[in-house]
Ligand binder design. Structure first.
Ligand SMILES: Nc1ncnc2c1ncn2[C@@H]1O[C@H](COP(=O)(O)OP(=O)(O)OP(=O)(O)O)[C@@H](O)[C@H]1O
Ligand SMILES: [Mg+2]
Length: 398
């Protein structure tokens, strides 16, 4: 019973498919065209034979003086012969086969052509609909089949399938990131909370003394937690486009000089040189100074962390016609191959960056969201020596 059912369901779906509809529509069109052509040809043939008969009769009457009665008899006899000739029974075997073949061809050929061309149009759509259905059911790995011929084609169907597959890929990535993010947030929150709890229990049980040093440590863990929560909130607001930015026009050099002097002491303590190279003309941008300061301070903190003593961190500003570019280059080990591709992912941090050292791996993803909120871009440039981060912002003409 279930087999009969599934066969029935299969055929019902086939009969209601776009492929079936297209096949019959095309066959109908082809048959209609064939019949119309045959009717026109037939009509011309009738006119031709009528004229032939008329002029033959006229010639016979005029030139050979054949009486009307004899002429009628002649025509009747000729008609009889023609009828006999057209009767399938008395038709020459070669003529009969030719006629039969022609009839079969006029029906079969349009049918085959209709089936073939409808398959060409309908098949990609059927595949697309199957993949869309799978995605709706939660299987984000589904893709529409891109055959070789479709890959070669550049029409709307091929583009639709390619775009759909790209969209499915983005959805799959987003879903993976979402799952990973939730797990990572839970993991990141668990660590400081566990430490806090353990220490507080120690104080309660009298194992640890609640002196100033201990309280400072507890506060340190609480600070880590609030920083993480703040970062997460900032990131989600920025990604949702809900971040309130206080944008105004300002000269980027002013911000760079301020940040250079703020980081100078830290750099000197690490025996690092912190340089700023800038053109004489003012680089006007439209943005939120505080947020851009946050981006730069994350990049500089990263550079300070990854550059060994006696190294150099250089901020280089360039002004172009439409844009302003700032490159921050250090002389550390540079981005690892993995970091080069994953550094902007949420919670990505290199193995040597433990939670204790303060990094949650959100710095660069926050920076990217903030820079994008300023209609700019942030890139990690391949560099021979150390890491190089390039920020590009739209220039405001003064
Ligand atoms: N200047 C650099 N040189 C080498 N690797 C870097 C540099 N800057 C960043 N990275 C790599 O990119 C990773 C991600 O950087 P990101 O700023 O997002 O996180 P983090 O610095 O580890 O943590 P957080 O910024 O949240 O404190 C780092 O863990 C590190 O592996
Ligand atoms: Mg960082």
């Amino acid at each position: 019973m279930s087999r009969v059912n599934s066969v029935w369901v299969y055929w019902r779906r086939k009969l209601r498919s776009i492929g079936f509809d297209l096949t019959w529509t095309m066959f109908g069109l082809a048959a209609f065209t064939a019949i119309s052509v045959m009717m026109v040809v037939g009509y011309i043939f009738v006119i031709y034979t009528d004229a032939l008969l008329k002029y033959s009769a006229e010639i016979l009457v005029k030139r050979y003086k054949i009486p009307d009665a004899a002429l009628n008899q002649l025509i009747e006899e000729a008609s009889l012969r023609v009828e006999r000739k057209l009767d399938l029974q008395f038709l020459d075997p070669s003529d009969r086969n030719f006629l039969l073949g022609l009839t079969v061809l006029t029906v079969l050929l349009p049918l085959i052509l209709a089936w073939w061309s409808s398959r060409r149009f309908a098949r990609p759509l059927t595949d697309l609909s199957k993949a869309a259905h799978q995605i709706t059911s939660g299987d984000f790995s589904a893709r529409a089949k891109l055959t070789k011929s479709l890959e070669r084609r550049e029409d709307e169907t091929a583009l639709l399938l390619q775009d759909f597959n790209q969209m499915a890929q983005s959805l799959e990535n987003l879903e993976r990131e979402r799952k990973y993010s939730v797990a990572a947030i839970a993991h990141e929150l668990r660590t400081p909370v566990t430490v806090l709890r353990g220490r507080l229990e120690g104080v309660r049980d009298g194992v640890l003394v609640a002196d100033n040093t201990e309280i400072e440590k507890l506060l340190g863990h609480a600070d880590l937690l609030s920083k993480l929560i703040e970062d997460l909130q900032l990131l989600s607001l920025a990604e949702a486009g809900e971040l309130r930015l206080e944008k105004k026009n300002f000269v980027l050099q002013d911000l760079l000089i301020r940040i250079q002097s703020d980081f100078m002491q830290k750099a000197e303590q690490q025996k690092l040189e912190l340089l700023l190279e800038q053109p004489p003309q003012a680089a006007q941008v439209h943005g939120d100074q505080q947020r851009l300061y946050q981006v730069l301070s994350n990049i500089l903190n990263n550079a300070l962390r990854h550059t060994p003593a006696y190294g150099l961190i250089k901020m280089q500003l360039r002004i172009f016609e439409q844009t302003i570019q700032l490159e921050i280059q250090d002389t550390g080990a540079g981005f690892s191959a993995e970091a080069q591709t994953r550094a902007f992912e949420r919670f990505y941090r290199s193995a040597d960056r433990s939670r204790k050292s303060g990094g949650s791996g959100l710095g660069l993803s926050i920076s990217r969201s903030l820079i994008e909120a300023h209609n700019g871009t942030i890139e990690l440039l391949p560099s021979q020596q150390g890491a190089c981060v390039r920020l590009t912002l739209p220039k405001v003409s003064s």
